[in-house]
Design a protein around this ligand. Structure first.
Ligand code: FMN
Length: 193
């Protein structure tokens, strides 16, 4: 089974992080998780006040034994080192602040440092940036990171899958992330002509 770093930053769409954690752990993969302070702030707004605590966030994951939590303040934690081998990293959702930090190699917290490590070790880095509209700065940062080997997966739906609920859309986005990592799943229906 794989070992993936999941970084959750303070962009809208924190539910995508929960779906990702469930999708990975329900398939037996290990997750090295770090969550920014603003991600918890956003979670409290988007999911309910009780989500401002890490324990509530973690309680939504069935197979918690597969998740190792790293304080985002701790830049000395395992995921901050290239010697800690992982199969890649997902930043979901990714704020444009964290996007900018990663684009300039700023490792001022565990999430950003882990992303920098993932790039330097040339491991898969999947970034799910959420903002609308994007400024030229955001677009330049995405282009730079794409050229450096990261994969940009915007959290946008595909209408051809005929989603019936927001959860269908969320599963589609997480499915596209897992596709990049070549993790098998049935989170969305594949196109058949
Ligand atoms: C309710 C709420 C929604 C937000 N949504 C976004 C967003 O969609 N995209 C974004 O880039 N920043 C968004 N922000 C701003 C970020 O949280 C803020 O820039 C923060 O400093 C990001 O830090 P982080 O990347 O370390 O989590 C939002 C903030 C709040 C409070």
């Amino acid at each position: 089974m794989g070992r993936y770093v999941v970084g959750v930053s303070g962009a809208s769409g924190v539910i995508l992080a929960l779906h990702t954690l469930r999708a990975l752990t329900n398939r037996g993969h290990h997750v090295e998780l770090t969550i920014s302070q603003y991600a918890l702030y956003t979670a409290a707004i988007e999911l309910g006040k009780e989500y401002s605590t890490l324990s509530k966030f973690m309680s939504q994951i069935e197979r918690q034994e597969l998740v190792t939590l790293h304080s985002n303040q701790d830049v000395g934690c395992a995921i901050a080192s290239g010697s800690f081998v992982t199969d890649g990293m997902i930043i979901i959702p990714c704020s444009v602040t964290t996007l900018a930090a990663v684009a300039i190699g700023l490792g001022d917290n565990a999430l950003r440092r882990a992303a920098d490590v993932t790039l330097k070790e040339k491991r898969p880095l999947i970034i799910v940036p959420r903002e609308a509209p994007f400024s030229e700065i955001h677009l330049e940062n995405m282009l730079k990171l794409s050229r450096l080997g990261a994969t940009i997966v915007p959290p946008v739906p595909a209408w051809y899958t005929n989603p019936k609920s927001l959860e269908d859309v969320e599963n589609f986005i997480v499915g596209k992330v897992l596709d990049v990592l070549k993790i098998e799943h049935d989170l969305y229906p594949r196109w058949k002509s």
